[in-house]
Write a protein of this length. Structure first.
Length: 115
């Protein structure tokens, strides 16, 4: 059995000025678009038996649904309440939200080393 976790911080900076947006409803970014920095983390518990591992994990981020949509262009984004400076329409994506993850894996190379 094991317990593990990770924490990460993403500092994304600013796009090239080529991608600056100047249109109605959008902020004018003539020096490039400032990307949102964000944190991401996960914590889990795993169980191993012979060559099998069952990993149960929780993962989440503090990236807003509006910025998530702006950065990923999620095809299934919806709503109008997730307004950010680079996403004035407020469409939000669930691609960057909390998730429960279950993984069952088998290490077939271990078969030769088990006695």
């Amino acid at each position: 059995m094991y317990v593990s976790g990770e924490f990460g911080r993403q500092w994304l900076g600013t796009s090239d000025s080529f991608y600056g947006v100047v249109s109605p409803g959008f902020a004018s970014y003539t020096q490039g678009i400032p990307y949102a920095s964000y944190d991401t983390w996960n914590i889990g518990i795993g169980f191993t038996y012979k060559v099998f591992t069952l990993d149960l994990r929780y993962s989440d981020t503090d990236l807003s649904k509006g910025n998530c949509n702006a950065f990923t262009s999620a095809y299934n984004a919806s709503g109008t309440t997730n307004v950010t400076p680079i996403n004035p329409t407020g469409v939000g994506s669930n691609w960057c939200g909390a998730a429960g993850i279950v993984k069952l894996s088998a290490d077939l190379t271990a078969m030769t080393n088990l006695k």
